[in-house]
Design a protein around this ligand. Structure first.
Ligand code: SF4
Length: 694
């Protein structure tokens, strides 16, 4: 623009939104950020970006930002702005008071997948070393914890197997429970490019996602299953592969545990697992399942990409293992163009898990009961560590309601909006005596807080993010923290006030400590990242340049392990009272609960969540496009405007969760994955009726 300031310098950093982890140049004029330009050298995005990342600067300078610490004795009192010193001293004294009254296990902390690796590492370190327990969990609990569990059981590592470039060698791509063109747009574009080159596509999803209708692609099969039946569908695909002799027996014999394979083969060959037997359950015709299974198994290279539509179920971990079983059975692991690839929702889901944010694992996915591992951390941290797993987020809520859990430090996570069954969550928060929220904005959770510590945006700090392909990329400080401290500095202050010494001068020192204590990060340093641009872990002596493809010669666990994946129907069955199944997702222009994107003018294309409903179901209820609908479940009720569309099947309704006023999570239930407690966001039995404007 004529007269507009021109960039004087640029700083290369990483997008703060989705798990693609695009690299950007932040162009600066003096201390003013002019614009974000996609970086052509970025290994994850190669000069591309989506609307969210391009305009991410909007929320960072939004007037809603809280830039001064605040405290209050009761959630009914008004906030009182105080100095950092007073806020930290008050928070620490309250946490200490709680521990002296109720015991050391009465407090804990939650890390955020929106914060850097270094910040999540520090929070879990503070909980373990300063709080003296393992009550630390991450918001990944509610998205990809089943990935961590399922891939560790089968392949030995809690991470995706490929880099994004790998998709360009795939001949068949199976996308299950993911909507890459909205959720992971830059990867979605790369996938569409490959499809236009001739790769064939199988989509497993209750909803017709845009990918199915990509123009000029060779073929697309859409298995439009009923919500909650992933495991049945995956088992029926595997049944076809086994019963029609499509198993890569040489791969299985060389790479997988023989006994586990024999048991799985016996289980999956049972006619009860056939597409014909399961068609009524899944809603997918048997011939479509057979065609998809043949296509996947006969491909030279077949790759699976999956998202929260797999993990956020009562059988999320089972479905992840069923996906790994499919890939092992067909030999689609250990080379370019194949693999099992979780598409992570937030930018640092992989990283927050890697950094020991789970209550049972120290950094690098090593169990807290492992004495040798614990000893290495005890030596470095100069503290004695507890040897039993701590509380997961849902267990924290239960313990709070039982009067046993009284204090929590929540960094960058809006539990009251993003966790299921909102009433249950807010009741638990109300039952606590000290809730400390660290965030950019006064979010929904802050309504129940006693201490508010202002957070720092990704533009205000140094650190690293790890994307869905295990790629560690630098986050570089573009502007000074608006509240005076970056998040890692605030955590350090709180740890010190709790009596545990922390004195890092820069996040580079935190990464050096991570590398010294975590074998998969042993070769990682800021100097290496500055030289290479980014690196995929494992990065160590054996892989000094990182690891684009995992499990090449053998699986991380040695032999791959087939797991039995018996299908258990969800408790959310339709009945006369709740005759429809609600499932949830996201749109391109918004991100998660919308705290950032709703405050970025350029991406406010949608001003509310809507309820997609099939024309037949709408007609039965007298609902027309744009009408207000009342949606009720056994957990609660809310109101949304209708979007009448055949993208969803009869009997299924769909909405997003970007706007707090629509309260999608008021109606989701406390059902969760049997192994990890990941909530079953994707299936809720509901009733929908037409209502007057609220
Ligand atoms: Fe890239 Fe995801 Fe950011 Fe979009 S939101 S720019 S795809 S990292």
């Amino acid at each position: 623009l004529i007269g507009a300031p021109r960039p004087e310098r640029s700083v290369v950093t990483t997008c703060a939104y989705c798990g693609v982890g695009c690299s950007f140049r932040a162009e600066m004029h003096g201390e003013t950020l002019l614009r974000m330009v996609p970086d052509s050298n970025g290994a994850a995005n190669r000069g591309h970006a989506c609307v969210k990342g391009r305009f991410a600067l909007g929320y960072a300078t939004h007037p809603d930002r809280i830039t001064q610490p605040m405290v209050r004795a009761s959630i009914n009192d008004p906030w009182r702005a105080v100095s950092w010193d007073e806020a930290i001293a008050y928070a620490a004294s309250e946490l200490k008071r709680i521990q002296s009254t109720y015991g050391r296990f009465a407090i804990g902390g939650i890390t955020s997948s929106r914060c850097t690796n270094e910040e999540t590492y520090l929070v879990q370190k503070m909980v373990r070393a300063a709080f003296g327990n393992n009550n630390v969990d991450t918001c990944a609990r509610v998205c990809h914890s089943p990935t961590g569990y399922g891939l560790k059981q089968t392949l030995g590592e809690s991470a995706g197997t490929q880099n994004f470039d790998s998709v360009m060698e795939a001949d068949v791509v199976l996308v299950i429970g993911a909507n890459p063109t909205d959720g992971h747009p830059v990867f979605g574009s790369r996938l569409k490019q490959r499809l236009r080159e001739g790769a064939q596509l199988i989509v497993v999803d209750p909803r017709r996602i845009d990918l199915v209708r990509t123009p000029h692609i060779a073929a697309a099969q859409h298995l439009k299953l009923k919500p909650g039946t992933n495991v049945a569908l995956l088992n029926s695909l595997a049944h076809v592969i086994v019963s029609e002799g499509l198993v890569d027996e040489a791969f299985v014999a060389e790479r997988c545990e023989a006994e586990a394979y024999a048991k799985w083969r016996h289980f999956i060959a049972d006619p009860a697992q056939s597409p014909e037997s399961l068609a009524a359950e899944t809603g997918v015709p048997a011939d479509a399942v057979r065609a998809a299974a043949r296509l996947y198994a006969n491909a030279r290279n077949a790759a699976i990409y999956y998202g929260l539509g797999v993990t956020e179920h009562a059988q999320g971990s089972t479905a992840v293992m069923a996906i790994a079983n499919l890939a092992m059975a067909t030999g689609n692991l250990g080379r370019v163009g194949v693999g099992v690839n979780p598409l992570r929702g937030q930018n640092n889901v992989q990283g927050s898990c890697d950094m020991g944010s789970f209550p049972h694992e120290l950094p690098g996915y090593r169990h807290v009961s492992d004495a040798a591992v614990r000893a290495s951390f005890e030596s470095a941290w100069q503290v004695s560590l507890h040897d039993e797993p701590g509380l997961r987020i849902p267990n924290m809520f239960e313990a709070a309601l039982a009067g046993e859990y009284k204090g929590i430090y929540i960094q960058g996570e809006d539990l009251a909006q993003s966790d299921p069954n909102t009433q249950h969550v807010t009741d638990a928060l109300r039952a606590m005596e000290c809730v400390i929220v660290q965030d950019l904005f006064l979010n929904e959770t802050a309504k129940y807080a006693h201490v508010f510590l202002p957070g720092s945006s990704f533009l205000e700090k140094d650190g690293t993010f790890t994307n869905a392909e295990r790629r560690i990329s630098r986050v570089r400080r573009v502007m000074s923290p608006r509240a005076g401290y970056a998040d890692w500095e605030a955590t350090q202050l709180l740890a010190r006030a709790m009596g545990y010494p922390m004195a890092y001068a820069h996040p580079a020192q935190i990464m050096d400590e991570i590398a010294a204590l975590t074998p998969t990060f042993a070769g990682v340093s800021y100097a290496l990242l500055d030289g290479l641009g980014s690196v995929q872990w494992p990065c160590n002596e054996a892989h000094p340049q990182g690891t684009p493809t995992m499990h090449v010669d053998q699986f991380v666990r040695g032999k791959g392990k087939f797991m039995l994946t018996g299908y258990v129907p969800t408790r959310e069955r339709v009945n006369a009272r709740f005759p429809l199944l609600l499932t949830t997702g996201r749109i391109l222009s918004q991100y998660n609960v919308g705290a950032q994107t709703r405050r970025t003018d350029n991406v406010v294309w949608h001003d509310q969540d809507r309820l997609e409903i099939h024309p037949q179901d709408a007609c039965d209820r007298g609902i027309a496009e744009g009408d207000w609908c009342g949606i009720s479940s056994r957990a609660g009720d809310t109101v949304l405007r209708a979007c009448v569309t055949d993208r969803v099947a009869p009997g299924v309704v769909y909405t997003t969760f970007h706007f707090p006023e629509s309260g999608a999570n008021v109606i989701t239930t406390e059902n969760s994955d049997w192994a990890t407690n990941c909530p079953e966001y994707k299936v809720t039995a509901v009733q929908v009726v037409r209502v007057q404007q609220p």
